[in-house]
Design a protein around this ligand. Structure first.
Ligand code: AKG
Length: 315
């Protein structure tokens, strides 16, 4: 497995728990990013929703996330600002990673719950880990809706993740939250660096103050970035593997059909399935999906990975 962290102790903790907490920004940098966020808000095009892409969904979104902003120039500006501030520190911790998505995540006083999820797959997770650096710009705690994680849940669920692919955890979200979720309470400027496959969540902000954080998603420099797409209007058991880059995400959002011009590397059959809470608990103690010869369920993903991998190497 390719190393994620330069420091061996951090690497071991990250492999064990799926996340680590580290000092990241100083007080001045935190203030500078907060000021930038509010000064640039007038450039924001407002929040996109499923209806803007003519996608039917009952999902009600109450948080602001740059990724779903209607103005792609604003997304680019935010990306430049955040990467500029973060990349000098990234090199202190991570072993050769490049950024692909940058977000401000704001929860106002009245809501902002981010449902239980795993971030999408952004590269071949059998070879490496992709990470999110999550850095609050205010002290974050359970009350204002800090990040919560299921420790050790990385690479054990959702081997095939993308916006249109139903998660096997969809039907047991509230049970996982009640039984397994742990809040990571942290100071402004500290960062939680998490494996994108870790199961995570954040509750509504129940304070009078603002909860503002930054997320920067990175993948190993040498890896191709991939995106799994399922065309629900065509075949609900066929996944296309797209070869993408950071520019793809500037105009992309969770409900948008990727353009036909984006290169397709491969496609494979994948039947979404449901997991029970008992299966969830058992799997938390079993081998990860990237550990060799340890594929239990779903076995079906094994053969396509071999194919996708050979294409990626040659791509
Ligand atoms: O900021 C939050 O509350 C949620 C963050 C999150 O889900 C993520 O970084 O993937």
């Amino acid at each position: 497995m390719r190393k994620t962290f330069i420091n061996q102790e951090l690497e071991e903790r990250f492999q064990e728990d799926g996340y680590v907490e580290v000092p990241f920004l100083n007080a001045q940098e935190v203030e500078m990013l907060k000021t930038y966020y509010f000064d640039s808000l007038n450039e924001s095009g407002g929040r996109l929703g499923p209806e803007d892409e003519k996608h039917k969904s009952n999902q009600k979104i109450t948080y602001d996330f740059t990724f779903i902003d209607k103005n792609s120039d604003y997304k680019q500006q935010v990306f430049d600002m955040i990467t500029n501030a973060f990349m000098k520190r990234v090199g202190d911790y991570l072993f050769d990673y490049k950024p692909i998505i940058a977000n401000f995540i704001r929860k106002k006083e009245d809501g902002g719950e981010v449902p239980l999820h795993q971030n999408w797959a952004f590269a071949d997770e059998h070879k490496c880990a992709t990470v999110s650096i999550w850095c609050p710009l205010v002290d974050s705690n359970k009350k204002n809706g800090t990040l919560e994680v299921v420790p050790g849940s990385h690479k054990r669920y959702g081997e095939v993740r993308g916006p249109m692919i139903k998660s096997e955890l969809a039907g047991i979200q509230s049970e996982i939250i009640d039984r397994y979720m742990q809040p990571v309470e942290t100071k402004a400027g500290n960062a939680v660096i998490l494996d994108d496959s870790i199961v995570h969540y954040s509750s509504p902000n129940q304070t009078d103050g603002l909860r503002l954080a930054i997320q920067l998603i990175l993948i190993p420099t040498e890896e191709n970035s991939i995106h799994f797409h399922m065309d629900l209007s065509k075949d609900r058991s066929m996944v296309e593997v797209l070869k993408v880059d950071k520019d793809f995400y500037m105009t992309f959002n969770p409900w948008k059909k990727p353009s036909k011009d984006v290169p397709r590397i491969n496609s494979f059959k994948y039947d979404p399935f449901d997991m029970t809470i008992e299966e969830f608990g058992a799997k938390l103690k079993q081998a990860r999906f990237d550990e060799s010869n340890q594929h239990t369920e779903p076995v079906k993903v094994l053969s396509w990975w071999k194919k996708v991998r050979s294409k990626l190497v040659g791509a």
